[in-house]
Write a protein that binds this ligand. Structure first.
Ligand code: BTN
Length: 272
């Protein structure tokens, strides 16, 4: 039995399987699938520099140097996770680009619900949380000149079929996988297809209607709202109550003196 399970987990991703049945306008029309790379974000950025089409997706079965936010690493063992990057080229000002990570978070939450049947919350700006533990994250990277956005790479990591034993150190208390929470193996190919489709829906919606529908969707699943938080951005630290998201996706935090602060990017710890 154990042998069967590990074979099932280790089954490599196939480009033909991923493609079959995906109906999208932009996302995943071109897919580059690798057995192992340093980081799918680095591959996607190299493709973007060479002029790759918007919506081009890079997927790997494993990453040797997966990167997380704030200079952290993203553990990316073979055969169990989704390591996915997509190139976007919206005609927006560079300062508006961080909002695209929120779009990514909304899409990942939807894909998790559709494929694993689990309710996924978003810890602002882009941690995906199931039953209080982190199941996925998004690393958005932007290439821009002063007022021109060249491209954004949204890198998405989802813990799909890891077991408890896969998580070491601090992660044992903070991380989880779809398999652990759903109590069954979850099909990575189905996750990737669903992710392409929900990214495509939200991105098309963003291009035609702007950010408002995404903010509305996130208000429903944002676990940060209504919580006391400690927010860190650069060397600044702020404590207060997270009260809302504004029209641009910034987190609004009210401090002890009732002053409202607007956090565009940063790291947020929930303190209750
Ligand atoms: C975070 O929560 O800190 C963000 C994690 C992002 C991980 C993904 S995996 C695919 C892509 N390639 C990377 O090197 N990182 C992102």
């Amino acid at each position: 039995m154990a042998g069967q399970v590990s074979q099932e987990i280790a089954a490599p991703l196939s480009e033909a399987d991923i493609r079959s049945g995906i109906i999208t306008r932009r996302i995943g029309l071109v897919i580059h699938l690798f057995q192992a790379v340093d980081s799918t974000n680095d591959e996607a950025k190299a493709l973007a520099v060479r002029g790759a089409l918007e919506g081009t997706v890079v997927i790997a079965d494993a990453q040797e140097r997966g990167r997380g936010r704030m200079g952290r690493s993203w553990t990316s063992p073979p055969g169990v996770g989704v390591y996915f990057s997509v190139i976007l080229r919206p005609a927006i000002q560079p300062h508006a680009a961080p909002a695209l990570s929120l779009l990514g978070a909304a899409a990942v939450a939807e894909a998790i619900e559709a494929v694993a049947g689990l309710a996924a919350g978003v810890k602002w700006p882009n941690d995906l949380i199931v039953r209080g533990r982190k199941v996925g994250g998004i690393l958005g990277e932007v290439a821009a000149e002063t007022s021109h956005l060249d491209y954004v790479v949204l890198g998405i990591g989802i813990n799909v079929n890891q077991t408890e034993a896969s998580f070491e150190g601090e992660l044992r208390h903070t991380a989880t996988s779809l398999r652990i929470e759903a109590g069954r193996l979850v099909d990575r190919t189905a996750m990737i297809r669903s992710l392409c489709e929900s990214l495509d829906r939200w991105y098309n919606c963003f291009l035609s209607e702007g950010l408002a529908p995404i903010i509305e969707r996130l208000r429903q699943s944002c676990l940060t709202l209504g919580q006391r938080v400690v927010a860190r951005s650069g060397d600044q630290q702020l404590c207060g109550l997270a009260v809302d998201l504004d029209h641009a996706g910034a987190l609004l935090i009210r401090d002890a003196d009732q002053r409202l602060h607007r956090l565009i990017a940063g790291d947020v710890t929930l303190t209750g």
